[in-house]
Design a protein around this ligand. Structure first.
Ligand SMILES: [Zn+2]
Length: 126
């Protein structure tokens, strides 16, 4: 059984609905108005846990600075260390001054995995 999600409120349904019954968003219209990068940024908040990790990885590969603010928010908000790690990697790859500054603030993060990833992201810089 396929599961569909509303990209506005992340409510899930069993069918591909035109309008979200939960928040009223016209899903197809909304989705068609977004470009690929915007869809990936929205996918950072997808409730199915592997999807945000893949989205963060792709955003790092694409390297578009428009993703920086959203990636920083995800690192701050998520409890998922794997997602945070992938987002830090992506920020390191995108490498804007804002991304670098944020990665430096993670040097004292309580999670060792996050400190290690932040260190690795900065050490690859020339
Ligand atoms: Zn919705």
């Amino acid at each position: 059984m396929a599961t569909f999600f509303c990209p506005g409120c992340w409510h899930d349904f069993n069918e591909d609905l035109i309008r979200c019954p939960n928040c009223g968003l016209v899903i197809h219209e909304f989705w068609n108005s977004k470009d690929y990068l915007e869809k990936l940024i929205l996918a950072l908040r997808h409730p199915e846990p592997t999807t945000p990790v893949r989205a963060a990885w792709l955003l790092g590969k694409i390297g578009d600075p428009r993703a920086v603010v959203s990636l920083i928010e995800i690192v701050k908000e998520t409890d998922d260390l794997y997602l945070a790690r992938e987002a830090i990697k992506a920020l390191g790859a995108i490498d804007t001054p804002q991304a670098r500054h944020f990665i430096r603030t993670l040097a004292n993060h309580p999670a060792r995995m996050i400190r290690a990833e932040a260190g690795a992201a900065l050490s690859t810089k020339k």
